[in-house]
Ligand binder design. Structure first.
Ligand code: AGP
Length: 614
């Protein structure tokens, strides 16, 4: 999860544009940052380990200037986050500079081969690409040809932006299994890992496909398709033009808009995001197509990673109840478990906010190869998942910059509830009119989540400031409450760096209860399908736990008055509304706990927004 950007403009200093883009890309990695400027006969590189705000002062990034530049923000994969491993990387003579997002799998053999002929300065896989291009240039190939030959030697994933000395107004690029888009403006063109990085330059974007490479200049673009052995053909200009899309996201939407952090902004954006998801999908023909696939599935898998896996668990719950096609939920990186039993007639619902998560894409590709049909559920139009899927459902939550998934989780749930209901109608398990009425009822989700945020925030804030001694906590749920508990625990772990374990409440007495002693914090997520959870609350309270039950207001639960049992009531509205009512408390608890501890909730340590490696 590195972020890359390159900008080339007619008679204009592009370094401020590159730096602005890097600030917006920093959520993709913040181990190091660097910029290279093409000064015509030579390339100037400045880079260093650390966050952009520090590095730009330390190495003087703002003192660079030029009309063609590339930049990089790194999430380390090969070599620790040091100044030397920061991108851009250059060849032996400093004539080629490369920024890279991805992982070169044949790194070890390439390194062994190249180390005999080249002066390697870093431990990265990226530097090897610069030397491979250098070899082509030395043989007298033109830069495009040299790039094609270099790409043919690479195994793995890459999104690349490259400067070549002597080509002062060109940026070369290439894409294979890592996101890369072109931004086309007036007298300025750009290449970047994602859309928010380009919104200050242009809104006109072209998504590149795997195996495509080429160059941009201030007024022109050329895209080529890589063939075997470094051969290539030009992608017709008309085809590139037909992919041009105008992005509707505003710059403000991709910036913090007055909130101290993206995470809290995105928590507060959930009512709007749910409205957008609902409005976008209710009459989307893709929803009907996807439901047809789900309804016809011999076996139905739902696959995702992290938060997207939790949304998949919520889908499994609803689909099993209403559609009669119970899905097999699958953590993306564990896809091999079922690989050998997948066949034609099976369907995979793949859930991914970014649409670029490596494990999810590998699962999709593997199951597809065995004949399965794929329904993609993603926030990013033109993402790899979008392009791999037979049908895509867009969640339309808008850009999510905070590393922690918040609004995309609840929007994924909305999309998946709509899918489960449409599938129920398609299988005949629900009368189509009834399914449609239930789907229409989901329009209430927006106000339910707004009320839930209002009810939860003061309690989350209070606990975050008062309970400073917590070292570990449980979040228990039954039925629908269990995936919500899992998502809550993930938020608390990743943002507040506090150990939080989610467990099926009924199962908690088969081991985890051994840890419970006086004052141990235990949260219970009560959902209307599982009133038995009251018993689990009592078991924990009896052993001295500090119990907090989060429950829908319209659910009756028999709990005694006890000093160590507290109840937080959030909006009700039935089983379809409960994810929206119960999720915000845990998002807010994680957020305020992180802020109170002095952590940056938008950039949790060791994490990246989009995980594009194995
Ligand atoms: C969630 O807060 C995490 N950032 C992470 O678990 C994330 O959900 C996971 O990496 C999957 O990402 P995706 O939805 O883009 O595939």
């Amino acid at each position: 999860m590195c972020g890359i950007i390159g900008v080339t403009a007619r008679d204009r200093d592009v370094v401020p544009l590159v730096l602005e883009g890097l600030v917006r890309l920093e959520y993709r990695g913040y181990d190091s940052v660097g910029v290279a400027v093409n000064a015509g006969g030579s390339i100037i590189v400045r880079k260093g380990a650390g966050k952009i705000a520090d590095v730009r002062v330390r190495v003087g990034l703002d003192r660079l200037s030029g009309s063609t530049a590339i930049g990089h923000t790194r999430w380390a994969t090969h070599g620790p986050p040091t100044d030397g491993n920061a991108h851009p990387h250059i060849d032996c003579d400093g004539m080629v500079a490369v920024v890279h997002n991805g992982v070169i799998r044949n790194y070890a053999s390439l390194r062994e081969e190249l180390s005999g002929r080249h002066r390697l300065r870093s431990e990265t896989d990226t530097e090897l690409i610069a030397h491979l291009i250098e070899e082509g240039l030395r043989r007298g190939l033109d830069p495009l040809e040299a790039l094609a030959r270099a790409l043919a030697r690479l195994e793995g994933s890459y999104a690349l932006a490259i400067l070549v000395a002597g080509e002062p107004d060109r940026i070369y690029f290439a894409r294979m299994r890592s996101p890369l888009i072109l931004g086309l403006g007036e007298g300025v063109n750009a290449v970047a890992s994602d859309i928010p990085a380009l919104l200050h330059i242009t809104r006109r974007v072209v998504t590149l496909d795997d195996g495509e490479f080429g160059w941009i200049s201030p007024d022109d673009v050329a895209v080529y398709k890589l063939g075997p052995g470094g051969s290539y053909t030009r992608v017709p200009q008309a085809e590139v033009a037909s992919r041009l899309k105008t992005v509707e996201w505003s710059v403000e939407k991709a910036s913090k808009g007055g909130y101290p952090h993206f995470m809290i902004k995105e928590i507060y954006e959930q009512p709007q995001a749910l409205t957008d998801t609902y409005n976008g999908l209710l009459d989307d023909p893709n929803l009907g197509r996807a439901a047809g696939l789900v309804a016809s599935a011999e076996r139905l898998y739902v696959v995702g990673a992290g938060t997207s896996y939790h949304a998949g668990l919520v889908f499994s719950y609803y689909a099993a109840r209403v559609s009669g096609v119970p899905p097999i939920p699958l953590i993306a990186s564990e896809f091999k478990v079922y690989e050998n039993s997948v066949g034609a007639g099976d369907v995979v619902v793949a859930v991914s906010q970014s649409g670029e998560t490596y494990d999810t894409l590998e699962a999709v590709r593997s199951y597809k190869e065995r004949g399965a049909r794929v329904v993609g559920v993603t926030n990013v139009v033109g993402s790899a998942l979008d392009r791999e899927s037979h049908v895509t459902i867009y969640i339309r939550a808008g850009p999510e910059i905070g590393v922690a998934a918040t609004k995309t989780f609840t929007s994924q749930i909305m999309a998946l509830q709509l899918l489960a209901l449409a599938a129920a109608a398609a299988t005949g398990r629900m009368d189509p009119g009834e399914a449609r009425a239930e789907a229409r009822g989901l329009s209430r989700a927006s106000s339910v989540i707004a009320d839930a945020i209002r009810d939860s925030e003061p309690v989350a804030k209070l606990l975050a400031t008062r309970e400073r001694g917590w070292r570990s906590l449980y979040i228990l749920g039954r039925g629908l409450g269990y995936p919500i508990a899992r998502e809550g625990a993930l938020k608390v772990k990743e943002i507040a760096y506090l150990h939080a374990e989610a467990y099926p409440a009924g199962e908690s007495k088969h081991g985890p209860i051994a840890l419970v002693e006086d004052g141990f914090p235990v949260f219970l997520v009560a959902t209307s399908d599982s009133p038995e959870i009251a018993g689990n609350a009592l078991e924990m309270a009896a052993r001295g736990a500090r119990v907090m039950v989060v429950k829908p207001r319209d659910m009756s639960l028999e709990l005694p008055q006890a000093p160590n049992i507290a109840v937080l009531e959030v909006p009700g509205g039935g089983i379809l509304m409960e994810p929206y009512a119960l999720t915000p408390f845990f998002q807010l608890l994680a957020y305020y706990k992180a802020v109170q501890s002095g952590y940056d909730p938008d950039k949790p340590r060791n994490l990246a927004k989009t995980v594009t490696v194995e």
